[in-house]
Design a protein around this ligand. Sequence first.
Ligand SMILES: Cc1cc2nc3c(=O)[nH]c(=O)nc-3n(C[C@H](O)[C@H](O)[C@H](O)COP(=O)(O)OP(=O)(O)OC[C@H]3O[C@@H](n4cnc5c(N)ncnc54)[C@H](O)[C@@H]3O)c2cc1C
Length: 402
Amino acid sequence: MARTLIVGAGQAGRRCAEALRDLDPEAEILLLGEEAHPPYDRPPLSKAVLLGTDPGNGLFVRSPQFYAEKRITLRTGTCVEALDLAAKQVVTTVGERIGYDSLVLATGARARPLPVPGADDPRVHLLRTLEDAQALRAALVAKPRLAVIGGGLIGLEVAASARQLGCAVVVLEAADRLMARCVPPAISEMSAALHRGHGVELHLGCALRRITPRAEGLLLEAGDLEVEADLAVIGIGGIANIALAEAAGLAVQDGILTDGCGRTSQPDVYAAGEVARFPHPFFGRTVRLEAWQVAQNQPAAVARAICGEARPYDEIPWHWTDQFDWNLQVFGTPEPEMELVQRPAEGGRLTALSVDAAGRARGALVLNNGREATPLRRLIAAGKALDLALLRDPTVPLRQFL
Ligand SMILES: Cc1cc2nc3c(=O)[nH]c(=O)nc-3n(C[C@H](O)[C@H](O)[C@H](O)COP(=O)(O)OP(=O)(O)OC[C@H]3O[C@@H](n4cnc5c(N)ncnc54)[C@H](O)[C@@H]3O)c2cc1C
């Protein structure tokens, strides 16, 4: 019986194990994770877990019995520290050697620390794990003055959650606009108005230089600005956990390099989820995507490849963020230089499409308008030139363009 060993029991590790079981009732599946918990999904950490509306239980997606029922051997609290590719074994931190026929690296990413003086103060938080979220929640309920470093998706979700808990919140963002990596400028401006409207103090173009710990709080220096806070959260993105792969000689480049099916540069070794950098036909280049969707669905392509059925992962990219009363979903690549066609709907809802010079939709955003997700995905996938005059008329339904 062939054994697949999956390193990393996060969302991608779990999904790979599940997909493999669906394809192969006989496979031996071993899922090893360094965290103390069974696999959980991270999106609620910056939202429901901080708000206290989900103390953690809804994160786990699968019941504790699920893994045994599916004959997936789950070993939590097990960290792999080396790969012995020649022997087809992994080595854990306690020196145990475990063999495999196929190896899947689903080691994800960690929160990127900020290399400024004072960032190691215990009042400066990062947010990646359930423990991180629980520690932050415990600190936020005392309604401290919070400084959020980074006006990207996670920083803004933290800012919104903290504000809703009654904290005074300042956001310091080095770029000149919010969420600059994933939305066009018009949406950044709307997001800034949303946060300011809820009493968040925003400072753009303001790179943090130093944190000075004081007995009574922290002094943050950013540009010409000095901000006093009781607590800080750094939300400046993630770093792929590639050390194991790199030490074993696998090809890496801000991620573990794979083909479209998750196959790495070594036979029988695969990478799944956020750690994988793979060629994506929509982008026409390799990408490493930090999104729930990729952790959910790319591992199925890996499972198929393990079973000898190579079909690359090629979904139109999608991610979302929840901030205050906003649910913002982003599809494809809404590049800043493209024209943004805005189609407002009643109740403050909005659909916007980024169209390239040829009039093709390359990206789209919906604000509290998830009902348009399906036609938007189809429009982007179709890649055909659209009648922009018609598209600019929000009363013309999207299905008319399909
Ligand atoms: C706070 C937060 C909010 C988010 N919100 C959204 C959202 O709203 N929408 C969205 O689309 N995406 C969101 N994301 C992104 C999404 O959750 C991630 O892309 C997803 O978690 C990636 O899953 P993964 O399994 O690839 O990696 P991870 O979730 O990082 O899991 C990897 C696992 O591998 C383990 N591991 C690493 N090295 C080893 C080792 N050597 N041995 C054993 N185990 C190891 C890690 O401990 C971890 O448990 C959010 C992420 C965070 C952190």
